[in-house]
Design a protein around this ligand. Structure first.
Ligand SMILES: [Fe+2]
Ligand SMILES: [Fe+2]
Length: 338
């Protein structure tokens, strides 16, 4: 999947920029109002070249991994049910394949496009594991952590729900409401996951904690231990954001392909309610916004608009251009991006 340039760089010489231009990591390259000189043009070209090199989303690799993970996890489920085999030996190979994909993703420029891709895929536990792993790694990148940490975050995400393999599929996919017993069983998956992974000395300590604590919430309303913010490691808080984000997209199968901003807004509410960490969520949303500058979005009134500016502190309520009219979404309670 390749993305075409949103503007021709050469045409910008001597132009006064009508919008900020950001680099690969979302940093400001040239600000709005700048008159573009030869030197600045060269700077933009260098960044664009770099970006083009990294532009391709490795779709084939993603699908191959999804296939491998599916086979691997089905095999694991059988092993768990029969009580045989070394579980962690079995997952080592899959972790390696996953890390390869994560490495690619950590250097992909179009995060927003990538996130849309994840959203549009299926929402099986296999896909959820890959998505949360990749998202956790990418959030780490956005927050400025080094690749080494982002790979650990990736593994945390990849293995966070492994305990669900101890829960019968008939319960996991039950279309009706779960009984109290069934619900209590499902809520034990963090403990099951921890138990499954802890015997392997190669597994990083934070991967274990991720499996055990990813449903804890900062305000103490999570499970299994009702921990509070200061008791939950920051990297697990990142994992919880990635997990919640992916779970929210899964709930919206009816609206496949809609803007990641819609989900971002839902996530922002979680931060305001004190369940998830705003320090993690806000930069994540702002990064998505920057990636979406100049992109076409659909509004709830059925009209298409183009994001032309986003306001600090109001990342999900940008300025958009609709039919040659600028609309400030901050002042329009009736309008939002879907
Ligand atoms: Fe979970
Ligand atoms: Fe999950």
């Amino acid at each position: 999947m390749e993305k075409s340039n949103s503007f021709e760089i050469d045409n910008l010489l001597d132009e006064v920029l009508k919008e900020n231009i950001y680099g690969e990591m979302g940093g400001l390259l040239l600000s709005k109002g700048t008159k573009v000189t030869e030197r600045q043009l060269a700077l933009l070209k260098r960044h664009r070249l770099e970006a083009q090199r990294r532009d391709r989303i490795p779709m084939q690799q993603f699908e191959q991994l999804l296939n491998d993970v599916q086979l691997n996890m089905d095999h694991l489920r059988n092993l768990i049910e029969s009580g045989e085999g070394d579980l962690v030996e079995e997952i080592d190979g899959t972790i390696e394949t996953f890390s390869g994909l994560l490495e690619e993703m950590l250097h992909t420029r179009h995060l927003a496009e990538f996130i849309e891709l994840l959203q549009g895929y299926d929402h099986s536990i296999y896909c959820h594991s890959i998505n949360v792993g990749l998202l956790a790694g990418l959030i780490g990148k956005i927050l400025g952590f080094p690749d080494k940490v982002n790979h650990i975050l990736g593994q945390m995400g990849f293995l966070h729900d492994i305990g669900k393999l101890r829960i019968q599929e008939s319960i996991l996919h039950k279309p009706a409401r779960l009984s109290d017993d069934e619900y209590a069983h499902v809520k034990k998956h963090p403990i099951y996951g921890y138990q499954l992974l802890k015997s392997n000395k190669k597994i990083n300590r934070f991967v274990l904690l991720g499996a055990l604590l990813h449903h804890e919430r900062l305000d103490g309303t999570g499970y299994p231990f009702s921990l509070k913010k200061e008791q939950i490691p920051f990297c697990v808080q990142i994992l919880s954001v990635a997990d919640t984000y992916d779970a929210m997209t899964a709930k919206r199968t009816y609206s496949k392909g809609k803007s990641p901003l819609y989900v971002a807004e839902e996530l922002r509410k979680e931060a305001f309610e004190g369940k998830l960490n705003a320090v993690i969520i806000l930069p994540f949303i702002e990064y998505i916004m920057r990636q979406m500058l100049n992109q076409e979005v659909l509004l709830n009134n059925g009209k298409f608009g183009k994001i032309i500016y986003y306001f600090e502190g109001h990342p999900t309520k940008p300025l958009i251009l609709v039919d040659n009219e600028c609309i400030d979404l901050r002042s329009r309670k009736d309008l939002f991006i879907i």
